[in-house]
Write a protein that binds this ligand. Structure first.
Ligand SMILES: [Zn+2]
Length: 78
């Protein structure tokens, strides 16, 4: 019964880099570590202490509007 209390916060507007779904990214803080997790595909991105300062930058990065790319490179289309 000693489970740490996790602080989970959805990141509005964040797009998962794995499944590209929006508003599925949670920022999770257990008091020592901070990481991000996608509740849709399970993507986890650890944010160690040294990276915590960059969390805002990373979140800002993934929160940017996604530029949809064509699945195939036009140059390589047969
Ligand atoms: Zn995902």
């Amino acid at each position: 019964m000693s489970a740490p209390s996790l602080k989970r916060q959805f990141i509005a507007g964040a797009t998962c880099p794995e499944c590209n779904l929006q508003d599925k990214i949670q920022r999770i803080d257990d008091g020592e570590k901070v990481w991000m997790e996608c509740v849709s595909c399970g993507m986890v991105r650890n944010l160690d202490e040294q990276s915590v300062q960059k969390t805002a930058e990373i979140l800002d990065e993934i929160a940017r509007p996604v530029t949809l790319r064509s699945p195939t490179d036009p140059k390589k289309v047969h």
